[in-house]
Write a protein that binds this ligand. Structure first.
Ligand code: CTP
Ligand code: CA
Length: 225
């Protein structure tokens, strides 16, 4: 597929996408993270590029090749992902938060490897990470902002709650309670939720889903202008 930079649905637009997990260090050899593969975010970066957008991919640590024609910024922690997201935000028309950001990080990073003690129970102290997509959506000159919601129950209600609370234009609700879809898998099924609309996209490959999501995002972006 060639890039239709002049004719695609996102021609001339700048799309920023966060992807993958974040890693929050505990000490020089350990971290807290999650099983996000980054596949959905990378597939979105590819689909947005194919639709003619100039894409910046702000990526946590993943095992994926850099998509062609995409500017990738590699980060490790949520705080780094926030800085990278805000650094070029004035250039951004559409911000898609696909990353599985660690909600909490250790309050302090030990300078040396933490030694095993005699006690059976060990307590970790964690502090809340900044909410990247909510921070972007609260900016005065905010881009069209899209979030993801990974839920195991009451999926649409929780997603609607996040849409409102974070000030998003759209949220992609993802039921991760079903085996074989969502987190760390090749396929996904989602429901796209805006303030007054709801569209289901049945289970398909993340590549196919990304193409459909980008089409829908482009449509809603244009209606919002
Ligand atoms: N998100 C973010 N920064 C965070 C946490 C989440 O940008 N610190 C974004 C995710 O990239 C996603 C959306 O917020 O687009 C929802 O993430 P999710 O983990 O489902 O929601 P939370 O608000 O963290 O709530 P909870 O995990 O308790 O369900
Ligand atoms: Ca979370």
């Amino acid at each position: 597929v060639s890039n239709c930079f002049d004719t695609g649905t996102l021609a001339g637009l700048r799309v920023h996408i966060t992807a993958g997990p974040t890693q929050e260090p505990l000490d020089p050899v350990r971290y807290i993270s999650n099983h996000s593969s980054g596949k959905m975010g990378y597939a979105l970066a590819q689909a947005a590029t194919d639709a003619g957008a100039a894409v910046t991919l702000i990526s946590g640590p993943v095992n994926l090749a850099q998509p062609d024609h995409v500017k990738r910024i590699s980060v490790t922690t949520a705080q780094e992902m926030l800085s990278a997201s805000l650094a070029n935000i004035d250039d951004c028309d559409i911000f898609i938060a696909c990353a599985a950001v660690a909600d909490y990080r250790p309050t302090a990073i030990a300078e040396h490897k933490i030694k095993k003690g005699n006690e059976e129970i060990m307590e970790l102290h964690l502090v809340k990470n900044p909410d990247i997509v909510a921070t972007v959506a609260s900016l005065e000159n905010k881009p069209f902002t899209v979030g993801f919601a990974a839920e195991t129950r009451d999926v649409i209600n929780y997603a609607r709650g996040k849409l409102a609370k974070k000030g998003l234009d759209m949220i992609v609700a993802n039921d991760v309670s079903q085996a074989g879809i969502g987190f760390n898998s090749d396929e996904n099924a989602v429901t796209l939720v805006t303030a007054n609309q709801q569209t289901s996209i049945p289970q398909t490959s993340k590549r196919q889903l990304a193409v459909q999501l980008i089409e829908q995002i482009a449509k809603h972006y244009k209606t919002s202008k």
